[in-house]
Ligand binder design. Structure first.
Ligand code: COA
Length: 321
């Protein structure tokens, strides 16, 4: 049995901050951000929280799936911006939805989080342990970025996307590649917790996301094509047969570079980065859910989802819609 998506949903905060607005609060410009990244605006949470965005997207995905909340066996939220250190965002979403029979937990794999969630749910569904899984990617990165560091803060946005997967004899996830390289954790990190135990008094670190942008860029354009090729090889599907490549929306130039390396038309690489910026773990499920809502996905379509992020982490999966 394969894990197949039967419902999707997305939710963005109401407040939109475009590049021109950012240029009024820091030394940047619409021209610089658009040319280097493809981003024109991002949504920033004001009233919304990671939990409220996650629950909103999850509720819509559940409704679209036709399942009742009690039928969900597994509820995973991929996030690096949980509102609470504990409990997990997943437990709070479970409570919001009334998914009383689900085992709920978070995954911290940064921008690869949704792919890690698919990887995990697929294993549980394939093995027969669980039948129905609700996966959410949700972030309020605006609380994690340093708003005095123009080289990172302009890149990120807030939002959530979700998908319900069920065991199916036909279609669904057919191949996956995921990977991690912890030796390169400092390329993209957020340290900050202080220690005040009786024998050790360590001050807090910077507390904001810190990134070597060029290293991340090089890592992405090298790793993403390789892991997509690996997943396609496992699936026995040539790149030409893929309907859409949904890539993590981090930078338009990264997506264009991957399209070029795979020798595929850019038309097969849908983007919403101009509207949403980089929403980390939420980026792939938001894009997927928006395409689903727009009626752009049809039964039998072959989709490749791929992403990369802090850890370092990466992944790709092939699925039949
Ligand atoms: N507005 C205006 N100028 C800016 C700026 C901003 N928001 N941010 C940086 N600059 C300036 C720099 O200070 C630098 O100025 P200098 O030449 O006078 O020193 C200049 O722009 C070039 O900076 P650089 O870092 O070399 O730009 P870049 O072409 O490498 O683009 C990124 C920077 C961050 C857009 C690019 O490296 C990138 O996208 N990396 C991947 C990041 C990513 O995807 N992270 C998420 C992973 S999940």
């Amino acid at each position: 049995m394969n894990a197949k998506i039967i419902g999707t949903g997305w939710e963005l905060p109401a407040y939109e901050a475009d590049n021109n607005y950012l240029s009024t609060i820091m030394d940047t410009s619409d021209e610089w951000i658009t040319e280097r990244t493809g981003i024109r605006k991002r949504h920033l949470a004001k009233e919304e929280t990671t939990t409220s965005l996650a629950a909103g997207a999850a509720g819509k995905a559940l409704k679209a799936s036709g399942l009742r909340a009690e039928q969900i066996d597994l509820l995973i939220v991929a996030t690096i911006t949980s509102d609470t250190e504990t409990p997990s965002t997943a437990c709070r979403v479970q409570a919001e939805l009334g998914a009383v029979n689900a085992v709920a937990f978070d995954i911290n794999a940064a921008c690869s989080g949704f792919l890690y969630a698919i990887h995990t749910a697929d294993a549980f569904i394939r093995s027969g342990i669980y039948k129905n899984a609700l996966l959410v990617g949700a972030e309020t990165l605006s609380k994690l970025v340093d708003w005095t560091d123009r080289s990172t803060c302009v890149l990120f946005g807030d939002g959530a996307g979700a998908a319900v997967l069920t065991s199916s004899e036909q279609g669904g996830v057919t191949a996956q590649t995921v990977g991690s390289d912890g030796s390169r954790w400092e390329v993209l990190s957020c340290t900050g917790r202080s220690n005040h135990n009786p024998i050790c008094q360590e001050p807090a670190g910077p507390g904001f996301l810190q990134m070597n942008g060029q290293e991340v860029f090089k890592f992405a354009i090298k790793t993403v094509p390789l892991c997509i090729e690996d997943a396609l090889e496992q699936a026995g599907i040539p790149a030409e047969k893929v309907t859409y490549f949904l890539l993590h929306q981090a930078n338009k130039r990264i997506i264009q570079s991957v399209a070029k390396r795979l020798k595929q038309s850019e038309d097969k690489f849908p983007m919403n980065i101009d509207q949403c910026a980089n929403t980390s773990a939420a980026s792939l499920p938001i894009l997927l859910a928006q395409m689903d809502e727009q009626g752009r996905l049809h039964s039998g379509d072959i989709l490749v989802l791929s992403g990369f992020g802090a850890g370092l982490t990466w992944g790709a999966c092939v699925m039949e819609w």
